[in-house]
Design a binder for this molecule. Structure first.
Ligand SMILES: [Zn+2]
Length: 160
């Protein structure tokens, strides 16, 4: 996870900083499942472990393939049903793409950097300056409680 803060004033940015540092661990996600009364089957646990380990955004198909490559015996339908249940309970992230849904391990608000060349999505926390948020609120009459920004671009040629 990459953190980008535009607001250097600690008295201004504090609430956002505190919130942004609460990316849940796998253990916390498992605890959250139990709090919500979700049964933690072996399959469900395997899916969560995979998402937390790889930190990517994967389709149900990719998750199914990877788990089976690892020798986990889990059916197609079970993967789909578990992903739906986990995302509808707010345990994992679900990104709607025209090609289908992708699932990620962070459920709280965050931004995405989308590489158009590779299709890769990188999670970033971008903190906008307080005065910009206030201006958006003033112009729209909407009190901003969170935001998710989508950045798009090409692979930089000098990147490693
Ligand atoms: Zn994400």
């Amino acid at each position: 996870m990459i953190k980008i803060q535009t607001n250097q004033n600690p008295t201004n940015g504090k609430a956002f900083l505190a919130k942004n540092e609460t990316t849940r661990s796998l253990e916390e996600a498992l605890a959250q499942c139990q709090e919500q009364g979700m049964r933690l089957s072996r399959q469900r646990r395997s899916i969560l472990e995979l998402l937390w380990r790889c930190e990517e955004h994967l389709s149900a198909r990719e998750i199914y393939d990877r788990l089976n490559q690892e020798g986990k015996d889990i059916g197609h339908t079970s993967v789909y049903q578990n992903l739906e249940a986990l995302s509808s309970h707010g345990i994992i992230e679900c990104v709607e793409r025209c090609e289908g849904r992708l699932y990620g391990h962070i459920s709280e608000a965050h931004s995405h950097v989308n590489c158009v060349d590779s299709g890769k999505i990188v999670d970033v926390y971008v903190e906008l300056p307080e005065d910009l948020i206030q201006e958006i609120e003033a112009r729209t009459g909407v009190e901003i409680t969170d935001y998710r920004i989508n950045f798009y671009g090409h692979q930089k040629s000098d990147a490693e």
